[in-house]
Design a binder for this molecule. Structure first.
Ligand code: SF4
Ligand code: MG
Length: 282
């Protein structure tokens, strides 16, 4: 392994070549992850990427770290359990909008309120790409490109930032795949943050949603420091169009599990840590 001090972004790429379509936004997220890893000098042996199922969830295979390409919608459950058992690791959960906001929606809600010290990257392209282009929870209600929804979905799209805020997420940011350096900066901050950091990335699906190339003329940067009052953030997230990027909200609070008294049984083993965590729940 290359000395961490001289390790560059390219050194964090694995030898597995991505099979995403040329022009897929997820390439930018992969580049951002390796840039952030280099800027933080993350040790591959102490870093774990955990995903669910979908095009974006293939990403752990492309990074030189530990990885877990798991079960649909369950990446957050695995990532939180891992962090509770091994708090010394840097744990990053990631996946797409279908994986994270539909089948994994319940895990998303509870990860926001639980506040385990992990980062969650949701790569949102408003479509189920891997299964060939069905509407997802974030598809616009008038999206008619899928044969399954020829008259549009007729449903209001999910607002990830607003939902995350209302469920208690203490750190919320939004990136855009057209700006990988911006994602890398946000990811470095997210990883350094003590708590559950939610990074929503607008990541275009060039194959099933080619109109998303227009996002580059719509996205705008949030100006000023992140909001720290939930009321103000709620007003922003409920009124904006979902294209404001940057660190939008930060309000640190105690992480989970809370500190518990050290007992003779707590010898620092994985099971002792889990046992004390479950005692807190009971
Ligand atoms: Fe990316 Fe869409 Fe291709 Fe999947 S189908 S790899 S999301 S461009
Ligand atoms: Mg998707």
């Amino acid at each position: 392994m290359t000395d961490l001090a001289v390790r560059k972004a390219k050194d964090y790429k694995s030898t597995v070549k991505p099979i995403w379509c040329p022009g897929c936004g997820h390439f930018s997220v992969l580049n951002a992850i390796t840039k952030a890893a280099a800027s933080l000098a993350l040790a591959p042996d102490d870093t774990v990427l955990v995903s669910g199922i979908g095009c974006s969830s293939r990403l752990p295979a492309y990074v030189d770290s530990y990885g877990f390409h798991g079960v649909h919608g369950r990446g957050l459950a695995v990532a939180q359990g891992l962090k509770v058992a091994r708090p010394d690791l840097t744990v990053i959960a990631l996946g797409g909008d279908g994986d994270g906001f539909s089948i994994g929606g319940n895990h998303f809600l509870h990860a926001c309120r639980r506040n385990v010290n992990i980062t969650y990257i949701a790569m949102d392209n408003e479509v189920y790409g891997m299964t060939k282009g069905q509407a997802s929870p974030t598809s616009p209600s008038d999206w008619t490109r899928s044969k399954l929804t020829p008259h549009g979905t007729g449903q209001r799209p999910f607002k990830p930032a607003a939902v995350a805020l209302s469920a208690g997420a203490p750190w919320i940011a939004r990136g855009y795949s057209g700006n990988p350096n911006g994602i890398a900066r946000l990811l470095a901050e997210a990883t350094a943050f003590e708590g559950f950091s939610f990074l929503h990335v607008l990541s275009q699906c060039i194959t099933y949603c080619p109109a998303q190339t227009e996002w580059k003329s719509i996205v705008r940067e949030h100006t000023g420091p992140p909001l720290d009052r939930a009321e103000e953030a709620a007003a922003l997230f409920l009124s904006e169009d979902g294209f404001t990027t940057g660190l939008l909200y930060r309000n640190e609070r105690p992480t989970w599990p809370p500190a518990s008294p050290v007992t003779a049984a707590d010898d620092g083993s994985v099971f002792a840590r889990l046992e004390s965590a479950f005692e807190v729940i009971a």
